[in-house]
Write a protein that binds this ligand. Structure first.
Ligand SMILES: O=C(O)CCC(=O)C(=O)O
Length: 235
């Protein structure tokens, strides 16, 4: 895995080799943190308007809106007049996705800004592969909007799990994520502990992993802060 000391200007073929070997890649500071902060502000504006609607629903009709409102489709976010999806297509990501997919990548509609808090257990995603959910080969570009992995929920990636067969625990379950869920004990038995990677990340850092790579929300005791992040799926 590329270490925290890797440089962005290293040979692009190294990046590809790294990605191919692990099914995942860490790109420190790919984006300017100021750009990431602007995305946070745009998402917060949408959350504030949703919270206001939720307050009104509760006051007028007694309806309680749950945290599902914390996922915002990327297509709904603009910075100024420019759609966020276009601004996120950094040439490094486009090159990786083009090589992995064998064609010019486009953004899949299942791409979001989402918030995870340490306690909102029903929004934490279990071990799964995105490819099972999307039903197509894809590259997941995961972009935290705040520092995460230590005080705030991060992501846990099973390095080297791409291409290793493991069937979902309950393929007939209700709900698309539940149908893609992999049994935790089976994942932990199938891969050595060293494969579990829980990076501590800062705004501007990016994780890239294949749609076949097993991952889940990383929660640890002692986390106190919430995390917003982008999951951008390129197909
Ligand atoms: O952000 C998270 O906590 C989980 C994201 C995830 O599993 C995904 O993007 O597929």
């Amino acid at each position: 895995m590329t270490s925290a000391h890797s440089r962005l200007d290293h040979d692009p073929s190294d990046r590809w080799t790294d990605f191919e070997r692990h099914g995942a890649l860490y790109l420190p500071r790919l984006f300017d943190p100021v750009f990431i902060a602007r995305i946070s502000v745009a998402a917060d504006r949408i959350y504030a308007s949703r919270d206001e609607k939720a307050r009104r629903l509760l006051a007028r009709k007694g309806i309680v809106v749950r945290d599902e409102w914390r996922s915002i489709g990327l297509g709904k976010i603009r910075l100024g007049l420019r759609p966020l999806t276009g601004l996120l297509m950094h040439h490094v990501l486009v090159e990786l996705a083009w090589t992995y997919l064998g064609r010019k990548p486009v953004v899949h509609g299942d791409s979001y800004v989402r918030v995870q808090t340490p306690t909102s257990r029903h929004t934490h995603l279990p071990f799964h592969r995105d490819q099972t959910i999307v039903g197509a080969r894809l590259l997941n570009v995961w972009i935290p909007l705040v520092a995460c992995g230590r005080d705030a929920p991060g992501l846990e990636i099973v390095v080297g799990s791409s291409g290793k067969s493991l069937d979902p625990a309950d393929p007939w379950a209700a709900g698309i994520v539940e149908r893609a869920r992999l049994d935790e004990a089976s994942v932990l038995a199938a891969f050595p502990t060293q494969s579990l990677w829980r990076p501590v990340l800062s705004p501007g850092d990016v994780l890239v992993f294949s749609g076949e790579t097993i991952h889940r929300t990383h929660i640890a005791p002692g986390m106190t802060r919430s995390r917003a992040s982008i999951d951008l799926r390129l197909v």
